[in-house]
Design a binder for this molecule. Sequence first.
Ligand SMILES: Cc1cc2ncn([C@H]3O[C@H](COP(=O)(O)O)[C@@H](O)[C@H]3O)c2cc1C
Ligand SMILES: O=C(O)c1cccnc1
Length: 339
Amino acid sequence: MPAPTFDSLSAFRALLDALPAPDAEALKAASARNGMLTKPPGALGRLEELAIWVAGWQGREKPVLERPQVLIFAGNHGIAARGVSAFPAEVTVQMVANFRAGGAAINQLAKCFGATMAVHALELDRPTADFTQQPAMSEAEAVAALRTGWDAVDPAADLVVVGEMGIANTTAAAAIAAALFGGAAEDWVGRGTGVDNHGLKRKAQVVTEGLARHTGLLGDPLQVLRCLGGREIAAMSGAMARARAERIPVVLDGFIACAAAAVLHRAAPGALDHAVAGHQSAEGAHGRLLAALGKEPLLALGLRLGEGSGAALAIGVLKGAVACHSGMATFAEAGVSEG
Ligand SMILES: Cc1cc2ncn([C@H]3O[C@H](COP(=O)(O)O)[C@@H](O)[C@H]3O)c2cc1C
Ligand SMILES: O=C(O)c1cccnc1
């Protein structure tokens, strides 16, 4: 069956209301298998629940992780002109060239964990509007960006990692988080690429202005995405939703990726049941955002890069979980006495 598609935000919302659940039979079978493997019950800790979770989404008792896909989306932001990043906006397009040449951190991590990697640059020569002045995107622009993400997912992948590149996007992500979960701008802004205290104040000011500009629309998570987000952020939301429609598990990356995920979470409760938090980044409010999503990170290594880097590292943890679950012998097979 061809994947459903959408040409408006309301059609996208309808898809979110009809997302599939994990396979109950596979969950039951994997859970039973986990209880028979040659280890004391629970001895593999969180790896056990991770393997069962992957089994449920993949619809098989013995899941596999052989075709992880890393998707990187890049976009430029009108608010970059407001001095909210330690780096100039041209770094976005320069890093896209670096991704394509294989020179970025994510290239190495994707290679390490056997993932394919695709880079989608979204109209980099046309930054989104400054959201303190007007909505970052028109409805048509937001839909086009969501579609880029939706269409980028390989239905044959067995795990999806979604990452981003977009100078100033920690400010857009902070604005989204504040709009979705409340609190002051100061609670959600962080140092991003390394802004000083003045930069941090500017970020809070820009977020405060953005929230005030769009108050009337912020009750609707998809309008939050359109008014305060960016093309790469919308593309990430679209990719995560498509992965769910295909029942492919997703690993969440850092603060920006989690802001994209949070839009889905607020638009349709349970929309992130197929997603695990790969890591907690060093961005100040990432812990708060993960808590709001109810997600416990697998790793916390002090990364503050984005690009899907922390999520790509977590592929290793998931591969370990799946390898043990699907490859270990049962007590009966190995002739080991049970306790
Ligand atoms: C060379 C370079 C590579 C990056 N790779 C990811 N980011 C990260 O930094 C940006 C967000 O931080 P801010 O909001 O402070 O601009 C995003 O592009 C994010 O992916 C990078 C940033 C730089 C400078
Ligand atoms: O949390 C992240 O992913 C992050 C933090 C700082 C800069 N870029 C990304």
